[in-house]
Design a binder for this molecule. Structure first.
Ligand SMILES: [Zn+2]
Length: 564
């Protein structure tokens, strides 16, 4: 009996499941479909949103309770509009499918990394590359996106909606959109003071609402880029002229753009650990103690560094329509080259030679499509040996890019142990994260020291100078925030305070008449990325129409008679 019953039971179960699947999930109307999907998002995908909202707005008062209750209704209504706005049911289902995946991804990064889904984050998403994405992937993320993204994305196609004439469907959805808007407006008026506080003082919170934040931010970004697109290249800098008479030796400038290095972990800036063992011993290094970045992401900071505009006037959407620092240097007769081991030059190297090292397969520095920054130095001595004219080489580092810090340096550089070896930072202790991060800084220290050594070795033939500055800082879990990219006004200081240093060869310092004491004094002043453009121009002995001597850290330190 038993042996016969078992297979029958399992066959019955299978048949039942198949019937269930074929029958689909009954749903009374399009509106119910949109509301229940929106409800699911609010309850299962927005842990971080509610946590931050309650933290920011909760008071033991009726007003506060009313606010939170109406906020629930507002977000429920507004997110259901994302589904009701489509003219056909097919589009509504397709939108729901896509939004489930987007919401799953968004909620993962918001709760695990404290990320914010604003316009700048969407810009990072659009400008990322395979290596950056690869560094973020982990089994937990796959599981999260599988369960909360792909499964519901498939299930929405099994929802069975009643047969309603198309026109009636359309008019009902339109009415529902209007009702959702009306309910939202009424809710805002029920608690205006609380909503004003919420929107003005806690701006980043709304950028964690998935999937609405991703959709709105992406739309904003596309509108901005399209609105400001123009074909012509503007050249406010005009002609670029040399300010010094030709010197016997060619001038070589190394501009090293760091990645995610924060000032707080630089020994040269007072950090207690030996993260700059090599640079600390090199003569001619001036470390700027208080440097603020232009942005909190590569996509903003890199174009901003090379723009003549200060942060207050800089607009990343129009940056590509202006000539930049490299154009002026090329115009002044420099041979300009961009070397990249990061995710590209963000438009800055559009008109100069550029070499991508991030996909090299040099076994000394690369494995599994990941290269250490020394890869950009592999052919450098040979390159220096051939230099006969003034040259600028930009090095765009991979630096300390997270979350896989341990992949940024060779094992021999694992000085601080134990180091977090996972890209799921929340699974490591704060100490392990700091250890891994500090190892990346110590490796950058080594790379810079090697670059300086190469310039020193060529000192008989070349006058040289190296400027290093990081694009932005990093959060290492302070207050539950990881990585970078927070809106500038709300970002913690560690995301904005960056290391910057200048090294000059002895012969360059003589040629330019640089006063070392003066440089050390200016190194104690508060400076920012705004100074980079004008300081590099001055270092290169170049002047153009947008040069601003107030943002030049070098010219004020020339002794009379030296240089110009
Ligand atoms: Zn960056």
């Amino acid at each position: 009996m038993l042996t016969q019953q078992l297979p029958t039971a399992s066959v019955t179960l299978y048949t039942r499941l198949q019937e269930r699947w074929n029958a689909g999930l009954p749903c009374p109307s399009d509106i119910a479909f949109a509301l229940s999907t929106s409800l699911l998002w609010l309850l299962l995908y927005n842990e971080r949103f509610w946590q931050l909202t309650v933290q920011a707005m909760w008071r033991p008062s009726i007003g506060s309770i009313v606010f939170l209750a109406t906020l629930f209704v507002v977000t429920l209504s507004l997110q259901s509009i994302l589904l009701l706005m489509w003219p056909t049911r097919w589009l509504m289902r397709a939108a729901a499918s896509a939004l489930f995946v987007i919401a799953a991804l968004g909620s993962y990064f918001c709760s695990e990394y404290g990320a914010i889904m604003n316009k700048e984050m969407m810009r990072n998403v659009l400008q990322t590359d395979v290596a950056e994405v690869g560094a973020l992937l982990n089994p937990e993320l796959w599981l999260h996106v599988g369960l909360l993204g792909l499964v519901p994305a498939v299930l929405v196609w099994r929802v069975r909606l009643p047969n309603t004439p198309f026109k009636r469907q359309l008019s009902r959805r339109a009415l529902a959109v209007l009702a959702a808007l009306a309910i939202s407006v009424l809710s805002l008026f029920s608690s205006p003071a609380n909503y004003a506080t919420f929107f003005r003082q806690h701006k980043p919170v709304r950028f964690t609402l998935s999937p609405a934040a991703e959709v709105v931010s992406m739309a904003e970004l596309l509108a901005d880029t399209r609105g400001k697109a123009s074909a012509s290249l503007l050249d406010p800098a005009g002609a670029a002229e040399r300010t010094a008479a030709p010197a016997p030796k060619p001038l070589v400038l190394f501009l090293v753009i760091g990645e995610t290095a924060r000032a707080a972990n630089f020994q040269l800036g007072g950090y207690a650990r030996e993260t700059n063992p090599e640079l600390s011993r090199i003569a001619g290094v001036t470390y700027f103690q208080h440097t603020m970045s232009c942005g909190t992401s590569t996509a903003i900071s890199v174009p901003c560094l090379f723009s003549h505009l200060p942060r207050a006037q800089f607009d990343v959407d129009t940056a590509a329509h202006y000539t930049n620092l490299l154009d002026s240097l090329a115009k002044a007769g420099f041979d300009v080259e961009w070397r990249d081991n990061n995710s590209g030059c963000k438009g800055v190297c559009a008109r100069v030679t550029s070499i991508d090292y991030s996909n090299s397969n040099d076994p000394r520095y690369c494995a599994d499509s990941n290269c250490f920054d020394e890869v950009m130095l592999s052919d450098l001595p040979a390159r220096l040996a051939k230099i006969t004219r003034d040259t600028v080489i930009v090095f765009h580092q991979k630096g300390s890019h997270g979350p896989a810090y341990a992949q940024r340096y060779p094992t021999a550089f694992e000085t601080f142990q134990p180091a977090c070896r996972s890209n799921q930072l929340q699974h490591c202790t704060p100490q392990e994260i700091t250890n891994a991060y500090d190892n990346t800084i110590a490796y950058t220290d080594h790379v810079l020291a090697r670059q300086i050594e190469m310039l020193q070795n060529a000192a008989l033939r070349l006058d040289s100078l190296l400027i290093y500055v990081s694009d932005h800082g990093e959060s290492l879990g302070e207050n539950g925030i990881y990585l970078h990219g927070m809106p500038y006004a709300f970002a913690p200081a560690v995301q904005k305070e960056v290391p910057m240093l200048v090294w000059t060869s002895a012969s360059y310092a003589r040629r330019a008449g640089l006063n070392a004491d003066c440089l050390q004094t200016s190194a104690a002043l508060p400076v920012s990325h705004d100074f980079f453009y004008h300081t590099v121009l001055a270092a290169a002995e170049v002047r153009n129409q947008v040069y601003d001597r107030h943002l030049d850290l070098i010219s004020g330190c020339r002794d009379a008679g030296g240089g110009e």
